[in-house]
Design a binder for this molecule. Sequence first.
Ligand SMILES: C[S@@+](CC[C@H](N)C(=O)[O-])C[C@H]1O[C@@H](n2cnc3c(N)ncnc32)[C@H](O)[C@@H]1O
Ligand SMILES: Nc1nc2[nH]cc(C(=O)O)c2c(=O)[nH]1
Ligand code: SF4
Ligand SMILES: [Mg+2]
Length: 246
Amino acid sequence: MSSPVAPLIEIFSSIQGEGIWVGCRQIFLRFAGCNLACSYCDTPRNTPRHCRWEARPGSREFILLPNPLTPQEVALKIRKLNPAIHHSISLTGGEPLLHTSFLLELIPLLKETRHGIYLETNGTLPDSLERILPLVDIIAMDIKLPGTANIEPCWQEHRAFLKLARGKYLFVKLVVDEDSKPEEIERALDLICSVGDIPLVIQPVTTPEGKTRLKPEKAITWQSRALERLTDVRVIPQTHKFLGHL
Ligand SMILES: C[S@@+](CC[C@H](N)C(=O)[O-])C[C@H]1O[C@@H](n2cnc3c(N)ncnc32)[C@H](O)[C@@H]1O
Ligand SMILES: Nc1nc2[nH]cc(C(=O)O)c2c(=O)[nH]1
Ligand code: SF4
Ligand SMILES: [Mg+2]
């Protein structure tokens, strides 16, 4: 039987710019395609890019789409990035859980990082998560605020996802801006608390110009509100955008 293939946008080594593992060195695998279309999304999910390899740390290897790669080919490219010095491999996108058949074959080939597999996900595909759950170590799950992302609500999918993911090293990211609706943030807090005392990162929207769209006073207000109900609540912007990392 032939190996599944997956459309990858890029493979690169960089410093995690978001969430509770910010600052850790990771290898990033960015998959093409997404089941959502968040208004603030900073990632061209399907745009082919030119193939090029820059042989310097933090460089990126751009895979010319639609040239899908097999798990063996991806594992070989990762091996060239010295996985042993990396905290983990971040599976991101686009939405990585759209490619679970590929991940089931790929992940067992990726053993050399210090803390395994880090899944960066929009938290809307619980059935897909269930397929690969034993193979992931850390889950960074977004709870999408419908008004902020300008998408249909996915509260039910998020609830099912959280219940599955809570046994892992799990944290939730809430991407918030000045116009985020208080009732939606409250609903997200209700959802998290109904599943457990899960670490929460409030992540301001970053504009294409690199500015954060959440004033300090509002970030403080929402963090205070969340800290009344959760133990670990941090406000962390996308640091890689200020530091110039990939
Ligand atoms: C590009 S997404 C890919 C993984 C997955 N599709 C998701 O949404 O979690 C990775 C992370 O970047 C965040 N993100 C994307 N665009 C952003 C922006 N303009 N400002 C702040 N966070 C952003 C997402 O919310 C998510 O936490
Ligand atoms: N440095 C860096 N950190 C990141 N954290 C999440 C990212 C993503 O696009 O999934 C990302 C990214 O694209 N670059
Ligand atoms: S789910 Fe993630 S990749 Fe998809 S549009 Fe939203 S932020 Fe972008
Ligand atoms: Mg990114």
